[in-house]
Design a protein. Structure first.
Length: 347
């Protein structure tokens, strides 16, 4: 397993991280523990979760993933063996995240309640990387466009959020901070705020990145090189669509889109044709579709870690194996040729 620096810190995280959003809904506590055990055995030291999880979000399962991880760390007495990342929800009309049953946002009051809840569920007194799950302003999120009246909608200023996160670092509850689903403007605003002494410097940005969605390369990737804000890439398989299992409307039993019908981001015009092209390339190279997709993400120079997820141990093993593969120049050139023709059908 390769280990890479987390931003400009002295922390080294595995090039493959374990995503855990299925724990507590698709996966039982015992299955979650088994995945965590196996990941640690394979050299993965980076675990990513969120107060939101499991997915899909429901009031009755909110926080369940953190509880599974917490019970695992307590049973194994291995908190010092892992780099633990979790997230606070951005602005949402959902009311089940806070005790007052009010919509959540990213002000100091909400952030303080969120971190204390996560620490309790995770059974730890500190978080290595605390991330804003999505911004407290209207931007294109999860494949959806931003509202036309975005600039007139309520929002907590980035500077206020940064100061609140800084208070958590000063209190020793958080070591470092990051963002997720953020834009170039947002990264700049956080970094500018840190330079003004309003709070700590960002170390990471967790965004979707895969063969169907390479928009990160246009503006955001430069921050990894020039500012030390590396990408924690999520959805490397495009919610499973890049495996080909959903082609022509197929809905395999037990698959996430079959169970929850939440794959609209990867059902857009041009997506199926693009997936066909990558599936054909994988066959020509003698690779599996999983190998092609995972190896591509892990080998990008601006990627700090590739966050993989699975619901079965077989999937987990295959994903780790694939993510550790090298990317030959010929394969990369062929991928770029397909990308030139098909672009980003699923931003």
């Amino acid at each position: 397993m390769e280990y890479r620096p987390l931003g400009r810190t002295d922390i080294k995280v595995s090039a493959v991280a374990l995503g855990t959003m299925t724990f507590g809904q698709q996966n039982t506590e015992a299955e979650g523990h088994a995945q965590l055990d196996y990941a640690l055995e394979r050299g993965i030291n980076f675990i990513d979760t969120a107060e939101l999880y499991s997915i899909p979000p429901k009031p009755e399962t909110q926080g369940s993933t953190e509880r599974v991880i917490g019970s695992w760390m307590k049973a194994r007495s291995n908190r010092d063996k892992v780099i633990l990342a979790t997230k606070v929800v951005g602005r949402t009309q959902s009311t089940w995240y806070r005790a007052a049953r009010t919509p959540a946002c990213l002000d100091a009051t909400n952030i303080r309640e969120a971190i204390d809840g996560s620490l309790k569920r995770l059974q730890t007194d500190y978080i290595d990387l605390y991330q804003v799950h999505w911004p407290d302003r209207a931007i294109p999120l999860f494949g959806q466009p931003a509202p036309h009246n975005a600039s007139t909608l309520p929002e907590v200023p980035v500077e206020e959020t940064l100061e609140a996160l800084g208070d958590l670092v000063k209190a020793g509850k958080v070591r470092h901070i990051g963002v997720s689903n953020e834009t170039a403007w947002g990264l700049h605003a956080y970094l500018r705020g840190a330079e003004r002494g309003l709070g700590p410097r960002l170390v990471s940005n967790q965004n979707a990145y895969n063969l169907l969605n390479r928009v990160y390369e246009t503006d955001l990737a430069e921050f990894a090189v020039r500012e030390g804000v590396g990408l924690l890439a999520y959805s490397p398989l495009g919610q499973g669509y890049l495996t080909g299992k959903y082609q022509r409307g197929a809905r395999p039993a037990g698959a996430r889109t079959t169970l929850f019908d939440r794959g609209q981001r990867y059902q857009k015009p041009g997506a199926e044709e693009t997936i066909d092209a990558y599936l054909a390339l994988a066959r020509e190279l003698g690779w599996t579709a999983v190998q092609l997709a995972q190896a591509f993400v892990t080998t990008r120079s601006f990627v700090t870690t590739n966050i993989i997820g699975a619901t079965s141990m077989t999937q987990l093993k295959d994903n780790i194996d694939a993510a550790e593969m090298a990317m030959p120049k010929e394969a990369e050139e062929r991928i770029n040729a397909i990308h030139q023709l098909h672009g980003n059908p699923c931003p």
